[in-house]
Design a protein around this ligand. Structure first.
Ligand code: ADP
Ligand code: MG
Length: 342
């Protein structure tokens, strides 16, 4: 239908800029793209469904930002540099104001990370956004989940738990006393993390050939570190586990304010949606990368040969004490999820 083409021309064609000459973006039956010599193509896809992955009343510009950001986070976790993306958009109706705001959010993130839109599909139906992002990585240097080694430093790229706290606020799950723990500015900052996550692309690109294992934290640190342990253990045909030092976890000002009266570590350890990276690095790689990214890399634990994840209040060398999952996460979380993960 002519209306569909007008919509694509108006809202999406302006995002199809910056392709190398000779490549073809939006406007034909397919995009035509070249892979730089000596590189491999990394392809990732994530779908966001209204009411499942974002609240039905979420801002269209935030939905667009997040739809691309979660894909770029997957590219970062593979140590790939972003190249271009496509968009499959299913819309309940042709709402100009909604599309305007959606395209504006998409343009903001596409410019921020210099990643052009190269095509897609537009259909009618319940609001669903699928982004496929493509990146480059030098031949043989893609970062996988399965390379963790005993003795590796476990790192995260930044603060954890903010998105989870923002979600509680967005879903009105907090009573007045809980609301009062954070200032309005702090609530604003955790909502920003929830709605506009920042994919860790600069760090990600520096990891190629350096990190032993990596994953982006979409489902919470414990779950995603669990994937590294499982996949690396299967690869090495050995039992792998982890020690985590709670004193070393980076926490935002907002999370520290929340913690002042709340002792369960559930939010930073188990809440999802922060889109930081979790990495395992040799001592040497950690020292090198920490010097390069002092505010973007935090050693929080070690890979061990004992199965499961063990919690310490701080490293044993500094007089640390081991803590039980019950102490760390609280009864409600442990009973709902069982102890089997730990
Ligand atoms: P066809 O009928 O050949 O499948 P479409 O009508 O689906 O073509 O799309 C026409 C052009 O617009 C194609 O280049 C396609 O990649 C692009 N396109 C369609 N929908 C989108 C979208 N949501 N975002 C970006 N490009 C799109
Ligand atoms: Mg089509």
């Amino acid at each position: 239908m002519a209306e569909e083409f007008r919509l694509i021309d108006r809202y999406f064609k302006p995002l199809s800029v910056g392709l190398p000459s000779g490549d073809i973006g939006i406007g034909d039956d397919g995009a035509v793209l070249s892979v730089p010599a000596g590189h491999q193509l990394v392809v990732v896809t994530d779908t966001l469904v209204s009411g499942v992955h974002f609240p039905v009343d979420a801002q269209p510009s935030d939905i667009a930002w997040k739809a691309l950001a979660v894909n770029l986070s997957d590219l970062a976790a593979m140590a790939a540099k972003p190249a271009f993306f496509s968009l499959a958009l299913t819309l309940p109706h042709n709402d100009a104001a909604w599309l305007e705001a959606f395209a504006q959010g998409l343009q903001a993130i596409s410019r921020e990370y210099a990643i052009p839109l190269i095509g897609g599909d537009t259909t009618k139906g319940p609001l669903t956004i699928t982004v496929t992002a493509h990146g480059w990585v030098e031949q043989g240097k893609a970062l996988q989940r399965n390379g963790a080694q005993i003795g590796d430093v476990i790192c995260v790229s930044g603060c954890l738990g903010d998105a989870g706290l923002g979600l509680k606020h967005a879903l009105n799950q907090l009573n007045e006393t809980e609301q009062a723990r954070l200032t309005p500015g702090q609530w604003q900052s955790v909502l920003q993390v929830l709605h506009r996550p920042l994919p860790q692309l600069a760090l990600g690109a520096a990891l190629a050939g350096k990190a032993n294992a990596g994953i982006d934290i979409s489902d919470g640190l414990l779950a995603d570190l669990g994937h590294i342990l499982e996949s690396s253990g299967a690869h090495a045909q050995a039992e792998l586990g982890a020690e985590l030092y709670l004193s070393e976890l980076p926490l935002s000002q907002a999370m520290q304010a929340w913690f002042a009266e709340h002792v369960s570590w559930h939010l930073p350890l188990a809440a999802g949606d922060d889109y930081q990276l979790c990495l395992t690095l040799s001592e040497a790689a950690y020292a090198e990368l920490k010097a390069q990214f002092p505010d973007n890399l935090y050693g929080i634990g070690r890979i061990t040969s004992a199965a499961g994840i063990q919690f310490w209040d701080k490293p044993a060398a500094r007089g640390g004490r081991q803590m039980t999952p019950l102490e760390v996460l609280g009864a409600a979380y442990c009973h709902a999820n069982g102890y089997q993960h730990f």
